[in-house]
Ligand binder design. Structure first.
Ligand code: UTP
Length: 277
């Protein structure tokens, strides 16, 4: 069973400055909903109710968002606007939120290690809320839990990208599993390679199922040239032991950590909800 979902949300979001000076990137909205709420909804739809969020300085709006707002709720109660709060109130009722602060932003691997006290010794999901996914049927985390239940090892979601984009992603090398057209046994991983050094065009996106031995591995990972601890380096060690499956998920993904992706997501959801501009 996967009971907990970790949301690393401590990054500076520099690509969205000055908007992210006082507002967490994860709270930027696509239409009326913050990015992190989409991520929490995806976890809930996979049957996960325990949301573990790694925050940092200047991220208090996240905690306020996932808490009751008595004054606002009582003001709107019985009015035509009450409906606007319905979705978020339901999420708050169904979920438990726990928080830990990452004191120094030392990379995604470090953020995941910071979440260890919230997770403990059990397999868990990870959602990077700035990768916003939309699926016709099951959400990406639901799809990945199915794969986890089959193989009982770490699972990374992947997407085929244009080769000139490899320098923005962790890229896998792997072999297609027997009788499958979407799951690979990962043999190696390279963090943000140049096009010519990339082992494939299969990029890891912001969805993972991780086994808890990842914490001990992360503790021993040396920081990279930028002083960051990369999750890819830890996964590479699991992969060398045959313990990582890459899964080509079904659905759409928007890189909302970039302005271009954020605009694309906004347009996509506006069209989907038939909002005429
Ligand atoms: P990104 O590199 O996309 O986020 O990290 P960022 O650093 O906030 O963005 P830019 O590049 O400065 O614009 C991917 C995810 O990992 C989290 C981020 O919050 C984001 O969800 N993260 C990253 C942390 O929680 N801690 C870190 O030290 C780094």
């Amino acid at each position: 069973m996967i009971n907990k979902c970790l949301f690393p949300a401590a990054g500076y979001g520099t690509r969205f400055l000055p908007a992210t000076k006082a507002v967490p990137k994860e709270m930027l909205p696509i239409l009326t909903k913050p990015l992190l709420q989409y991520g929490v909804e995806e976890a809930l739809s996979a049957g996960i109710t325990n949301m573990a969020i790694v925050t940092g300085r200047g991220k208090r709006a996240i905690e306020d968002h996932f808490d009751n707002a008595y004054e606002l709720e009582s003001q709107l109660k019985g009015t035509s606007k009450e409906n606007y709060l319905k979705e978020i109130i339901e999420i708050i009722e169904k979920s438990t939120f726990t928080y830990v602060r990452q004191k120094k932003m030392l990379g995604l691997g470090h953020a995941i290690l910071t979440g260890e006290p919230l997770i403990g010794d059990e397999p868990f999901a990870v959602v990077l809320a700035d990768d916003l996914c939309d699926c016709d049927d099951n959400g990406v985390i639901t799809q990945m839990i199915e794969i986890y239940n089959q193989y009982k090892c770490s699972v990374v979601a992947i997407e085929e990208i244009q080769l000139d984009q490899t320098k923005n992603y962790g890229i896998i090398a792997g072999n297609l599993l027997k009788n499958s057209n979407n799951t690979y046994q990962v043999t190696d991983m390279v963090e943000k390679p140049n096009e010519k050094d990339a082992p494939s065009n299969m990029a890891i996106i912001g969805r993972y199922i991780l086994t808890p031995d990842i914490f001990d591995i992360l503790r021993n990972i040396k920081p990279d040239k930028k002083g960051e601890i990369q999750i890819t380096d830890a996964l590479k060690i699991q992969a060398k032991n045959g313990k990582v499956i890459a899964y080509k998920f079904k659905g759409k993904r928007f890189d909302c950590g970039s302005v271009k992706g954020f605009i694309k997501a906004t347009n996509y959801f506006a069209e989907k909800l038939e909002i005429n501009i």
